[in-house]
Design a binder for this molecule. Structure first.
Ligand code: GLN
Length: 479
């Protein structure tokens, strides 16, 4: 069998077709490899061997009958532990849901299954997806496979790490303020945040519903596009999911990029570490050589993005997390009366970051502060979205860094939440605007730490973004 740790979706399909291995053999080998490697990174919170084996048997049976095994037939995939998986624990990396077993699948998971994917296990993350380093997991931090003393980014740190480490071929994550792109950039893999509504949120445990996106991680652009194709599209179970048809990404991304117009938002190059900046500039040179026109643009409300995001996301989180009251779900603290039980359960089982956000969110929604904070933030959000529409009226896509710096050391930013929040400065705007954005590997620093280049395109124009990313990757990217 080929080296599992570098296998791509194309290679899995080829291997199955040529009978180099069966799906069951692959499922077993992948499971064994993932379980053996996991202690190094703590990227998986649990494994689902029965699920993978059962799916593999079906893929083998289809292949034996000459049937199509599906878009992701036989591909080992990991799922962030905030996506509900029927019969498999979904903890959200929280002690509150430590033993919670959903009775249904998230739509994205159901679609993975329907396309023949082998679900290997659930990936670690920050508790309820709140964080930028994966250090807020109640079950321990994830180590970055590229440099084990560093964070993999967050909140989908486990999903990025399994792909970088080679213990899954692809994975699903969620992005509310950068949680797919930032870990993808820290771990040197491709991470895609689709347009808001492109992928159903049904069964995604809600953090901030107006900002939550489900999206893929993979080792290359084509694989990421394939996973997105499998999970995208209208879903009756999520009223915010879009009716817009899903493009044929595999065909669209192969179209030439010569003549495409790229905007460089000047505000995204302030406060950037020099080495990261150099890599992004080198990436732009590659695109220029491919015939793209590059010009500077401005997104003038960028400076307000972090304040705006941390008001809206905490407001929505405070409401979404109200359901964890000790009555439903798994954790309940001992107490004499009902009110005491509520407060003890929430006090004992929520981690610090969740509590901080519940308090902040409750405050900004309270009488007398609602207009001053929450309503104001919603207005600012509209201005930020307007910045993108104005810029994208003139150019096809925008290119920027993903993070101002590469992966930092475990523990380095934990003492100062403001510092941690600032690491999302270039990613949260995309979520606020609801436009598609992604991180594509763009070289490594002298210390060997990956840098990610961010691409933004207009609503439902994932194809435009993939086209640039694919051409960039095919041209060899940046060393
Ligand atoms: N790091 C950001 C936060 O802590 C984004 C998290 C996310 O996208 N889920 O909210």
């Amino acid at each position: 069998m080929e080296n599992l740790s570098t296998l791509t979706i194309g290679e899995v399909k080829q291997g199955l077709k040529e009978k180099k291995f069966s799906a069951v053999e692959l499922a077993r080998a992948a499971m064994q490899f993932a379980e053996a490697e996991n202690p190094k990174t703590n990227a998986y919170l649990s494994f689902s061997p029965e699920l993978a084996e059962e799916a593999a048997k079906q893929v083998d049976a289809k292949l034996a009958h000459g049937e199509d095994p599906g878009l992701l037939g036989g591909v080992p995939i990991a799922v962030k532990d905030v996506l509900s998986t029927k019969g498999v624990k979904t903890t959200c990396a929280s002690r509150l849901l430590e033993n919670y077993v959903p009775a249904y699948d998230a739509t994205a998971v159901e679609r993975l299954k329907a396309s023949g994917a082998l679900i290997v296990g659930k990936a670690n993350c920050d508790e309820f997806a709140m964080g930028s380093s994966n250090e807020n997991s109640a079950f321990g931090p994830v180590r970055n496979p590229v440099a084990l003393d560093r964070v993999p980014g967050g909140s989908s740190g486990g999903s990025a790490a399994v792909v970088a480490q080679g213990t899954a071929v692809a994975s699903l994550g969620s992005d509310t303020g950068g949680s797919i792109r930032q870990p993808a950039s820290f771990c040197g893999v491709v991470g895609v945040t689709p347009t808001y509504g492109r992928v159903s949120r049904y069964g995604l445990v809600a953090f901030a519903s107006s900002l939550d996106h489900v999206g893929p991680f993979a080792r290359n652009v084509s694989d990421a596009a394939l996973v997105l194709e499998a999970i995208a599209g209208r879903d009756e179970l999520d009223a915010t999911s879009a009716f817009a048809p899903v493009d044929d990404y595999q065909a669209e991304m192969r179209k030439p990029v010569a003549g495409m117009k790229i905007g460089i938002p000047k505000e995204y190059f302030d406060g950037l570490e020099a080495e990261t900046g150099d890599k992004i500039y080198a990436g732009l040179e590659v695109l220029k050589k491919l015939g793209c026109e590059v010009k500077e643009v401005s997104l003038p409300h960028t400076a307000y993005a972090i304040s705006c995001y941390y008001i809206i996301c905490t407001a929505e989180a405070s409401s979404n997390l109200a359901r964890y009251d000790g009555v439903r779900y798994t954790a309940r603290a001992e107490a004499a009366g009902l009110n005491e039980m509520y407060s003890r359960t929430r006090g004992e089982f929520f981690g610090m970051e969740c509590k901080r956000r519940i308090m902040l969110g409750t405050y900004v929604l309270s009488h007398g502060y609602y207009d001053a904070f929450y309503l104001k933030a919603q207005k600012v959000r509209t201005l930020i979205a307007g910045d993108f529409s104005n810029a994208l009226a003139d150019v096809d896509a925008l290119i920027a860094p993903v993070s101002p710096f590469p992966a930092f050391k475990i523990g380095e930013k934990m003492a100062d939440p403001m510092q941690m929040y600032l690491s999302d400065i270039y990613t949260i705007t995309g979520d606020l605007a609801g436009i598609p954005c992604m991180s594509v590997p763009c070289g490594k620093t002298a210390a060997g730490l990956p840098v990610g280049m961010q691409i933004f395109s207009g609503h439902f124009k994932e194809s435009t973004m993939f086209r640039l990313a694919y051409a960039f990757e095919q041209a060899g990217g940046v060393a």
